[in-house]
Design a protein around this ligand. Structure first.
Ligand code: PBG
Length: 329
């Protein structure tokens, strides 16, 4: 009977040798907290499909941001919940200098100048039809007119003090157009996080509930601009273009069903690569935790570690606060 010389279990025997060979780390500084901001004062409204996540007024948002900052989370990603009366066909509320997102940015930068603020550049919270862009008379999202609107939106965010603008709309050419406008306006250090490989995913459902765009979108879909979940090579082309156009960071979204894309992007380009663990990924885990089917802390940390191991430098996750607490404990 020949026994193995190479025994991989030797290194797993004790905590010290497991620690020495551990390849991937996960710290609060790898996490970005997405937040939903609404009008009002001292309000926090539950989102049924995202247990534990709330739509908060700006004053409460600042308190949430203080918590995140105190836990070592470097940045948050801001998503406004637009009141129905502010929505329109031309989405002009998106670049209102006194819009909700713009006011929230100013409040955050005033209270916590060191905390990074990332804003979402897309028109879906502001259109009456819930699409990310402007539509023609057949409902088709037109590219170039939408890009012009996105540029106005991005500039208004930069003027309010956003550190990072994050186009999540998937129009062609928007990163280059936004970069050029930022340069002209003197916002040379405003970073662009491109949602470069954003898939037409069914996992965004709870987010659309949260920002109140699911009713507007109805049975509509985003297949003419977001990517087909079946495609990988196309994601690399999207990333290459966004980088050429001036993106500082690129994102793959959703995360868990697309970890192969995260890995390919990181390997091919070697640029700051982020992944978004989206609302549906959060909701399904939460549902299992609520039923006692999965252990929350262990599963959240495993999922986030897996996303890091795939190649993500940072992760947008609704679990950011809890995960940061567990990682510091
Ligand atoms: C809007 C936007 C969406 C998400 C982030 N920005 C929704 C969509 O594209 O329909 C989804 C985030 C999530 O599901 O957590 N352009």
């Amino acid at each position: 009977m020949a026994y193995p010389h190479t025994r991989l279990r030797r290194m797993r025997r004790d905590a010290f040798s497991r620690a020495l060979m551990r390849e991937t780390d996960l710290t609060p500084s790898d996490l970005i907290l997405p937040v939903f901001v609404r009008e009002g004062r001292d309000v926090a409204e539950a989102i049924p499909s995202m247990p534990g996540v709330e739509r908060v007024s700006i004053d409460r948002l600042v308190r949430l941001a203080e918590q995140a900052h105190g836990l070592g989370i470097p940045a948050l990603a801001l998503f406004p919940v637009t009141p129905p009366e502010a929505k329109s066909l031309d989405a002009s509320e998106a670049w209102n200098p006194d819009g909700l997102a713009q006011r929230a940015v100013r409040a955050l930068k005033q209270a916590l100048p060191e905390l990074g603020v990332i804003t979402d550049v897309a028109l879906d919270p502001f259109t009456t039809h819930g699409q990310d862009g402007l539509v023609d008379d057949r409902g088709y999202v037109v590219n170039d007119a939408t890009v012009e609107a996105l540029v106005k939106q991005a500039i208004s965010h930069a003027e309010a003090g956003a550190d990072v603008v994050a186009p999540s709309d998937m129009m062609d050419g928007r990163v280059g157009a936004i970069r050029a406008a930022l340069e002209v306006d003197g916002h040379v250090n405003t970073r662009i996080l491109a949602y470069a490989a954003k898939y037409a995913s069914a996992f965004y459902g709870p987010f659309r509930d949260a920002v109140g765009s699911s009713g507007n979108l109805g049975k509509g879909n985003k297949y003419t601009y977001q990517m087909d979940p079946a495609n990988g090579d196309e994601a690399l082309r999207e990333v290459a273009l966004d980088l050429e156009e001036g993106a500082d960071m690129v994102m793959v979204k959703p995360a868990m069903p697309y970890l192969d894309i995260v890995r390919r992007v990181k390997e091919r380009f070697g640029v700051p690569t982020l992944a978004y663990q989206v609302s549906g990924e959060y909701a399904m885990l939460k549902a299992a935790f609520a039923n006692g089917w999965l252990d929350e802390r262990a599963c959240v940390l495993e999922a986030l570690t897996g996303i890091r191991r795939a190649g993500a430098d940072a992760i947008l996750t609704y679990f950011a606060l809890d995960a940061a607490r567990w990682l510091r404990a």
